[in-house]
Design a protein around this ligand. Structure first.
Ligand code: UD1
Ligand code: BG6
Length: 393
């Protein structure tokens, strides 16, 4: 049932505070006098030792599920110390890429039925890897065929464009990172902060959903465009890819997610005063504000000025220098710092723990894709040529 909503996609975007709560229910430990704040993933507890000892963790998926794994990759590498590689299922199969007994292969799939992912599972299994599933559908082929796994419990998702499953997948993979890092004392504070961040995440998603009207306004400005670029890096490289996937699959508009670090190696040639560009520049290690001494000539006194010291700010400046039509997604309160020369539009989002920021940052882009689709008059829930679950190769 769509309730008060016009489309399932809209309903599922707005359901995210609740779906995230269900995903985390019973899995977060609040901590206390003698207890540490931590996580419990019932389906993995007997396999964590094997995963920690594996030579590498390979994430395998298609579409949005692949993007969710990409968003979680940095925190899994940080907390587990195990190298993480990424595979689009079809590409792994085309290459018949090497997989070993010492590997852990993690299969990410909302439906649990995607043909390429399922075949990659058979392939990894036959090579002796530990196969772990992250699925939304209990009893699905991938849930049954993996040695162990985690159900994301996001509830049934009907819109072909995945929304709430994406944010729940990231939440589960962040919990996986916490579980893998559970044996390390040195990361204890970091892990406890992330657990706190997870507890508060549904509230922060509620807050970011208030941008709905702003995103509708922005969609009106962009309705007639042919193309939209989205730049992100670090934790939010995945956000750029996933935002662009939403825009192309439902709004039927060409859109490309680009790693901002690659900007100078090609994409910069596209920038002119007409092409709209979204830059994700929320606070993390790629965006910091530094206080640097500067000398005032007149008084010879030393004072301090805010000088851009972040990779993403320098990306914004370079795009501005080429007269790019910029829309910047930044942390609440950073609008002025982010746009010293003024940009077309700023979208301010609440700040959360860096590794959880992709969950917040994707929401305005989901809303933008939704409104663009409605304004352009296309089918929101069943985009042409696409299926919710691709069970043939
Ligand atoms: C389980 C119960 C849940 C109950 C909770 C109480 C199920 C489906 N879940 O949740 O209803 O409230 O215990 O402690 O009965 N698995 C895979 N591959 C996958 C996904 C899961 O093999 O892709 C396996 C897991 O290893 C586990 C089982 O399926 O053995 C259930 O997984 P999950 O629902 O995530 O476990 P719990 O959260 O413990
Ligand atoms: C299809 C869907 O292409 O399959 C996408 O339209 C989805 O939304 C992709 O991301 C992968 O599906 P699943 O079920 O394996 O996560």
């Amino acid at each position: 049932k769509k309730g008060n909503y016009e489309h399932y996609m809209e309903k599922e975007i707005f359901e995210q505070p609740e779906s995230l709560t269900t995903t985390m229910r019973g899995r977060l430990i609040r901590g206390g006098e003698s207890k540490l704040k931590s996580v419990v993933l019932g389906g993995l507890k007997d396999h964590l030792r094997t995963m920690r000892r594996s030579r590498r963790i390979i994430f395998i998926g298609c579409g949005t599920s692949y993007n969710a794994a990409l968003a979680a990759r940095p925190i899994i590498e940080e907390l587990s110390g195990v190298p993480v590689t990424m595979e689009l299922a079809s590409d792994l199969l085309d290459r018949q890429g090497p997989i070993y007994r010492e590997d852990t292969a993690v299969f990410v799939s909302q439906s649990g039925e995607t043909a390429d992912t399922l075949q990659a599972l058979e392939y990894a299994n036959s090579h002796g890897a530990l196969c772990v599933g992250i699925t939304n559908t209990v009893g699905s082929a991938i849930a049954r065929g993996t040695h162990c796994g985690v159900h994301i419990n996001a509830g049934c998702e009907i819109g072909v464009a995945s929304t709430k499953a994406y944010t729940s997948q990231i939440a589960v993979m962040t919990m996986l990172a916490l579980a893998l890092g559970d044996d390390s004392m040195s990361s204890r504070n970091r892990r406890e902060e992330i657990v706190d961040g997870l507890f508060d995440l549904p509230n922060k998603v509620k807050e970011v959903l208030k941008l709905d009207k702003d995103m509708k306004e922005l969609a009106k400005l962009l309705t007639e465009e042919q193309s939209l670029l989205i730049f992100g890096r670090g934790y939010n490289y995945a956000t750029a890819l996933e935002g662009a996937l939403k825009v192309k699959e439902v709004a039927l508009m060409h859109s490309e997610g680009i790693l901002a670090g690659e900007m100078k190696h090609g994409p910069l040639a596209l920038v002119d005063e007409t092409l709209p560009i979204i830059v994700i520049a929320t606070r993390d290690a790629t965006f910091r504000q530094a206080l640097r001494p500067c000398f005032l000539l007149l008084t010879y006194s030393r004072s301090y000025a805010l000088i851009p010291d972040s990779k993403q700010q320098s990306v914004i400046q370079q795009l501005r220098a080429r007269k790019g039509r910029l829309i910047v997604i930044c942390t609440k309160g950073d609008a002025e710092a982010v746009c010293p020369y003024g940009v077309s539009r700023v979208i301010e989002v609440p700040r959360v723990e860096d590794c959880l920021q992709p969950v917040i940052n994707i929401v305005p882009l989901q809303l933008l894709a939704y409104h663009l689709t409605v304004l352009r008059g296309y089918n929101v829930d069943q985009p042409r040529n696409l299926a919710k679950s691709v069970t043939t190769q």
